[in-house]
Design a protein around this ligand. Structure first.
Ligand SMILES: Nc1nc2c(ncn2[C@@H]2O[C@H](COP(=O)(O)OP(=O)(O)O)[C@@H](O)[C@H]2O)c(=O)[nH]1
Ligand SMILES: [Mg+2]
Length: 407
């Protein structure tokens, strides 16, 4: 069973560390055999959110994770991640790889905007001395670029759309969402943007250009939520920039990160040289002989400059923030036997599913199998053993048995 259909797009200027972030986030830190956690298509791979595995909470010795991975009591649930073509200013006009960028953007549910907190890359991605470019400006430029792109699409045919909506008394949310459905914009996104922009109930034909722009900004925030990754915090001087990013980009999650450190740690863990669970504040050397003296030096730098200083490399936190905070997902575990927490074959907690918060027991049944959804009778919360109805709202970490009349 596929864990989710979430797609995160890694965006940003050239040379800020997008590909390094992508490689780190999609590198599995343990050997897991031939599971389908590999590259799906060029530039698309599997990243993982990290969440407490219910086997630990339930006091079980182990689990048999199947569509996900359990490392040290942490469940890693896959989500798709895309390394988006580098964005240059003017991309919405088709400059540089503009069109490809916009096509990637269309498909993403949320964006991880990587900026170079060391300020060592120019607007065009040319390496410079650290501190010579402003990452706050960089983040704003990227957001503006996305806004311009959305605006150009919303404006196209605006007159006709506003007539249709205003005259046919179609709801604006529905009319606008229909127009933008190819961009992954839903009715709910539009409704939220209308409310945030204070434009609910105002006839579309009466919107000023300024109001349209305000709406587009809110629409971007609703439909393509952004986590800002302040990358390269291992470089001296990056801390100042991180603090400014946090202050200037209020309302956005800004995560300090060292993608390079995370990539290094995951690869060392995979080789069996260190024990490291992605997202942890520390690692442990398990086989000294697998490390060169250069690697040992690098490890101690990672420890000092990244882990001890920042608490983690930030890569895992960024993925978790995108999925759990910005996209508001919950992780749920369907089981067949609510007492042993197993599926039909006796596998313990095999599957973790990511669903939008607000999903119900019945929604879960449909995700597992259409027939289960159709013939849903009731469900059982396997942790409390309580019977729950179809409209029960699933909570993060729930373990659920579906009872249906399907045969
Ligand atoms: N110091 C440091 N360098 C990094 C980090 N992440 C990436 N880099 C370096 O930045 C350069 C550009 O990285 P890359 O991932 O190719 O950037 P992209 O063009 O945005 O995909 C490479 O030399 C990386 O090794 C980091 O966290 N710290
Ligand atoms: Mg790249």
């Amino acid at each position: 069973m596929e864990a989710s259909s979430v797609l995160l797009g890694v965006v940003g200027k050239t040379n800020v560390g997008k590909s390094t972030f992508f490689s780190a986030a999609t590198e599995v830190s343990v050997e897991i055999g031939d599971r389908p956690f590999v590259t799906i298509e060029p530039n698309v791979g599997m990243a993982f959110v990290r969440s407490v595995c219910p086997h630990r909470r339930l006091g079980l010795e182990r689990c048999d994770a199947r569509n996900s991975v359990c490392i040290g009591g942490w469940r890693f649930i896959p989500v798709k991640m895309m390394d988006v073509a580098g964005l240059v200013p003017g991309a919405h006009e088709g400059r540089g790889l503009g069109n490809r960028f916009m096509d990637h953007l269309r498909r993403a549910d949320a964006l991880i905007l990587v900026v170079d907190a060391s300020g060592s890359t120019s607007e065009e991605g040319v390496p410079m001395r650290p501190g010579s470019f402003d990452p706050v400006e960089e983040a704003r430029l990227m957001m503006r670029e996305i806004d311009e792109w959305l605006l150009s699409i919303v404006r196209r045919d605006w007159d006709r759309l506003s007539k249709q909506v205003d005259i046919a008394e179609k709801s604006p949310a529905e009319g606008i969402a229909e127009r933008l459905s190819g961009l992954g914009v839903t009715r709910d996104h539009v409704a939220r943007a209308l409310e945030a922009a204070g434009l609910e109930g105002k006839k579309l034909a009466l919107w000023s250009m300024e109001e349209l722009r305000g709406f587009v900004v809110e629409l971007r925030r609703a439909s393509k939520p952004i986590v800002v990754v302040a990358n390269k915090v291992d470089v001296p001087g990056a801390e100042e920039n991180y603090k400014r990013l946090r202050e200037e980009l209020r309302g956005y999650s800004v995560i300090p990160a060292s993608s390079l450190a995370e990539l290094f740690l995951r690869r060392a863990a995979r080789r069996g040289a260190i024990r490291y669970v992605p997202g942890d504040p520390s690692f442990e050397v398990v086989d000294d002989s697998l490390l060169s003296s250069r690697e040992k030096r690098l490890l101690s730098l990672v420890e000092k400059l990244v882990l001890e200083k920042w608490g983690s490399t930030g890569v895992q936190e960024a993925v978790n923030t995108a999925v759990f905070k910005e996209l508001n997902m919950v992780a749920v575990y369907p089981v067949e036997d609510p007492n042993r927490y197993t599926d039909k074959e006796g596998k313990v907690l095999p599957d973790a599913l990511l669903l939008p918060k607000g999903s119900t027991a019945r929604d879960l049944a449909y995700r597992v199998h259409t027939d289960l959804g159709k013939h849903f009778l009731y469900a059982i919360n396997a942790v409390t053993k309580q019977r729950i109805g179809e409209s029960y709202e699933l909570q993060d970490g729930d373990v659920v048995k579906i009872v249906s009349a399907a045969k």
